[in-house]
Design a protein around this ligand. Structure first.
Ligand code: ADP
Ligand code: ADP
Length: 217
């Protein structure tokens, strides 16, 4: 199963992709997570990417496409994947299609989760993450068992720097300008399915499971 989950920042792509990964044992690939992991280990790519991430800007395509290609050197993703946060503009979508075509692979479906900007802002500003394992929580809708402590490893949760109000505004603008055209790109390719992301986490998950259940794979 080869899936791309698209949608505005904070709609719940990562949350949904993690649930699918756990349920179907298919690797969840988030370019944002890869950049943050590289930054934590002082890798020069991570340090360069951080300059863009903290401002809410897209990391240049050349760097982003390169980390995706590098991820494909590990064989687990050859058998299936759930991409989240990539591709984020039409140039990346074209590069990814070319990359997959060269290997005779194709995406089965592109799931576009969407909701209104007001909800997005609420979700992003209440997001808290574990700096150690990357688990994601929300101060209202997805609380850890103990306030501000990760369920998995008891680390204190933090707020991502790019989840501060000034940066959220930038990210939403970039989403509307650069990422939304990717929806059209996949619609034309006949791969797009829409999911209403305005309900709770379970509601989104139910809709996605229905889509996956309808796939022939
Ligand atoms: P969110 O989960 O809020 O959508 P991500 O973790 O996917 O955020 O991405 C965080 C940041 O990492 C983005 O704002 C951007 O700076 C960078 N990034 C992630 N994926 C890409 C991509 N495909 N192209 C360019 N930049 C990216
Ligand atoms: P994305 O990967 O799209 O940026 P996340 O999965 O990180 O989004 O979710 C953003 C925030 O919203 C997190 O704090 C998460 O716990 C919370 N969240 C995710 N899905 C929902 C939902 N359907 N309803 C309410 N909160 C949600």
């Amino acid at each position: 199963m080869r899936i791309i989950i698209m949608g505005p920042p904070g709609v719940g792509k990562g949350t949904e992709a993690s649930m699918l990964e756990a349920q179907f044992n298919i690797p969840h690939v988030s370019t944002g997570d890869i950049f943050r992991a590289l930054f934590r280990t002082d890798d020069p790519i991570g340090i360069e990417a951080r300059e863009y991430i903290d401002k809410g800007l897209l990391v240049p395509d050349e760097l982003t496409n390169r980390i995706v290609e590098t991820r494909f050197r590990t064989e687990d993703v050859h058998h299936g994947f759930i991409f989240d946060g990539y591709p984020r503009n039409v140039a990346q979508a074209e590069a990814f299609t070319k990359f997959l075509n060269e290997r005779n692979w194709k995406v089965d479906t592109v799931i576009n989760v969407d909701t209104k900007d007001e909800t997005i802002i609420e979700r992003l500003s209440g997001r808290r993450v574990c700096p150690k394992c990357g688990a994601t929580y929300h101060i209202v809708s997805n609380k850890p068992r103990i306030e501000n402590i990760c369920d998995n490893d008891q680390t204190e949760l933090i707020q991502r720097k790019d989840d501060k109000p000034e940066t959220i505004k930038n990210r939403l603008e970039i989403y509307h300008r650069e990422t939304k055209p990717v929806i059209e790109y996949y619609r034309k390719a006949g791969l797009l399915v829409n999911v209403d992301g305005s309900g709770d986490i379970e509601n989104t998950h139910r809709q996605v499971l229905k889509i996956i259940g309808d796939l022939k794979w």
